[in-house]
Design a protein around this ligand. Structure first.
Ligand code: GDP
Length: 312
């Protein structure tokens, strides 16, 4: 399928589910700008969880149970590390570990940037759509809780999102530049699509890069809601958007992006959402819950329609 040139802003679950639909449609052209605020080092490996999920999704090999890692991966390495007394903070599968090792090698031994390494890897996996980490610098999403500051991974995976959240900050954002590919992808887009990702921990870090945010603000904008009624489809988005001072619903979502200086042209919200439609030029109601690839394809088609409306 062909249509307007789309650039997605993505985290590692909701937007990848939508991208699964675009992959299935073999849609062209599109590019993806991906959050790196959760990047981390684990046992010497450069872990970029959202970038990996997007690449695996577009390669058709993502683990669709968890939206993390590779389907049918094995965990012998992880188990063996446990035998060695290593408490790995993340269960990394064997093939997934090999990819992360290769990326770390490309960056540290061959001197590639994260963007260049990602491009090498996605091409090797036969992914025809460009995937851009938002930056090649270090920006880290920090959750400020009543128990102190923590990396998002510590907050969500190790502490199961339990501590009370006071604030979320993007450390390093003021000094960081967008990756050249990310900036080009936004500048060349007909329409920018903010997928149904966690606004505060997946999209906020991307928008915290001022040059990239200004580029997004100049484009027709489609926003797909990650909220259905009062609450997120999954994950801690509710708690985090509340901590940022907004309601976890379509109204809070639109206000949140306005606070960043963005004006959505089209909002795609769930057909079952009991909320009134926010004051956005075009609101499209449809099923936004993607239980399987069919749902993803149907929503992708609606998003293409939304993009057509945004340009009009
Ligand atoms: P993360 O990087 O793993 O935190 O993932 P994202 O930020 O990309 O996605 C998390 C968000 O996706 C949550 O706010 C969920 O509400 C949303 N989400 C997950 N699955 C779906 C879905 O099927 N439909 C919609 N509309 N949102 C979803």
């Amino acid at each position: 399928m062909e249509g307007p040139r789309l650039t997605f802003l993505s985290g590692g679950t909701g937007t990848p589910k939508l991208l699964r639909g675009f992959r299935e449609l073999d849609y062209r052209p599109f590019e993806v700008v991906v959050n790196t605020g959760e990047d981390n080092r684990i046992l010497g490996l450069h872990v970029s969880p959202d970038v990996d999920t997007v690449v695996y999704t577009l390669a058709g090999i993502v683990n669709e149970e968890t939206w993390y890692g590779i389907e049918n991966d094995t965990f012998r390495g992880h188990g063996f590390l446990e035998d060695l007394g290593v408490d790995e903070p993340l269960r990394i599968g064997d093939a997934d570990r090999a990819l992360k090792q290769y990326r770390t090698y490309l960056m540290e031994e061959e001197g590639l940037t994260l963007s260049e390494a990602t491009d090498r890897i996605r091409k090797a996996l036969g992914v025809r759509w460009p995937v851009h980490p938002m930056t090649d610098d270090t920006v880290t999403t920090i959750v400020v809780t009543d128990e102190g500051k923590m990396h998002f991974h510590e907050f969500w995976v190790e502490r199961r999102g339990e501590p009370a959240v006071k604030d979320v900050v993007y450390e390093g954002a003021d000094e960081a530049s967008p990756s050249p590919g990310a900036l080009r992808a936004v500048s060349n887009a007909d329409v920018v699509v903010i997928g149904p990702s966690n606004p505060v921990t997946s999209i906020g870090p991307i928008l915290s890069l001022s040059e990239l945010r200004r580029a997004v603000a100049e484009k027709p904008l489609v926003v797909v809601s990650p909220f259905v009624g009062e609450g997120a489809v999954s994950g801690p988005a509710d708690k985090l958007i509340r901590a940022a001072g907004f309601e976890p619903d379509v109204h809070g979502l639109v206000e949140y992006y306005r606070e960043w200086g963005l004006e959505p042209d089209v909002l795609v919200m769930d057909e079952r959402d009991p909320n009134e439609e926010p004051d956005v030029p075009v609101v499209i109601r449809t099923n936004t819950v993607m239980k399987d690839v069919k749902d993803s394809v149907a929503l992708a088609r609606r998003v293409v329609k939304a993009a057509d409306e945004a340009i009009r």
